[in-house]
Design a protein around this ligand. Structure first.
Ligand code: UDP
Ligand code: MG
Length: 324
């Protein structure tokens, strides 16, 4: 069986169409059973109602309703935990990832690849800023971290059961799934596709959320920011050493009218050192905050309701209130 996991946050204008296109793909390959796992990430629109209706009409549709908005990465993780397929496809619900590509993914998977990720050759309907910032981000991440995250890929990918189980054994809170999938290894292959424009609705990633997501990507996979703080510290120390020699020379070998002047150099040094120290503290703070988050060991998410799972095995029923 193949599981398709779709995180949805206020996606009611696209869901029926997304389901229709997915069902078309699944119907065209009758020898392969499918399940579609829609994870409602605390939507405030009609998303849960639409999902209920879809799951009543089609036994392949399953729904997980989270207790609030936990973010796409956590919602996707919830979907992965509930997926029982031999392979799992991750896909956005807004039809930017065309479901028809899944057929090609399945073919590569059957050839023996564990991860088939979709690489965008073209991105329709996205701003120049988003394209530029994404490129800069992946360049930076690949420079500073040990794992190579292929640029121009999102979370749209197929993963073999072995990879899914590996991911589920990584309990970290700041989940940057595309990096985690690269990190686990196995045989991975890319297939090109054209990313379409959003079918309807708006992006759920305003600038600040994107920055946060990018920070997760960098901080979860690299200690380079900490080293950067050390290097800047050494650089400042070097400057300070030159400054000290200069100050002592003036003090002992030149006449006082020279060495009492120097307001500018003092001022510059204080500002510079203060800046370096605050930035370094901030970097350490980012890591410490993440350690704090991990140490609390809270569950990643809570489920408000599940539907459409029928007799399928469930991993965790502790916080569940079954509705149907
Ligand atoms: N999403 C989610 N929770 C969030 C934000 C986004 O489940 O807090 C889902 C969203 O519904 C969509 C996918 O993640 O299916 C990708 O989001 P979006 O299309 O807004 O991102 P973009 O394509 O603009 O980067
Ligand atoms: Mg999108």
């Amino acid at each position: 069986m193949i599981s398709v996991v779709l995180p949805c946050f206020n996606e009611d204008p696209v869901l029926r169409e997304a389901y229709r296109r997915l069902a078309q793909v699944a119907d065209a390959t009758p020898e392969t059973p499918f399940e579609f796992i829609f994870v409602d990430d605390g939507s405030s629109d009609a998303t849960p109602a639409v999902l209920h209706a879809l799951s009543l009409a089609d036994a392949r549709v399953r729904g997980i309703r989270l207790s609030r908005n936990f973010g796409q990465q956590v919602a996707t993780t919830a979907g992965l935990e509930h997926a029982s397929g031999d392979a799992v496809v991750l896909m956005d619900a807004d039809l930017q990832d065309p479901p028809e590509i899944v057929v090609q993914m399945l073919a590569r998977w059957r050839e023996g690849y564990h991860v088939v990720y979709a690489e965008r050759t073209d991105r329709a309907g996205e701003s120049a800023f988003k394209l530029w910032s994404a490129k800069a981000f992946y360049n930076f991440v690949n420079r500073v971290s040990q794992v190579r995250i292929p640029p121009d890929t999102g979370d749209f990918r197929l993963m073999d059961r072995q990879v899914v189980d590996a991911l589920l054994r990584m309990p970290e809170r700041d989940r940057f799934l595309r990096g985690m999938v690269s990190w686990v290894g196995f045989r991975q292959v890319a297939i090109p596709y054209q990313r379409e424009a959003r079918f309807a609705g708006e992006t759920k990633y305003p600038l600040l959320k994107m920055i946060r997501f990018a920070a997760d990507g960098i901080l979860s996979f690299s200690f380079v920011p900490l080293r950067l703080a050390v290097w800047t510290g050494f650089f400042a120390l070097g400057l300070a050493f030159l400054g000290i020699v200069y100050a002592l020379l003036l003090r002992f070998f030149f006449d006082p009218s020279h060495w009492v002047r120097g307001w500018a150099s003092t001022f510059v040094a204080i500002l510079f050192m203060g800046g370096v120290q605050l930035v370094s503290l901030g970097i350490i703070g980012e890591y410490v905050g993440r350690i704090y988050g991990e140490v609390k060991q809270r569950p990643l998410y809570f489920v408000r309701e599940r539907f459409g799972f029928g007799d399928a095995p469930r991993r965790d029923r502790s916080n569940e209130r079954v509705k149907d």
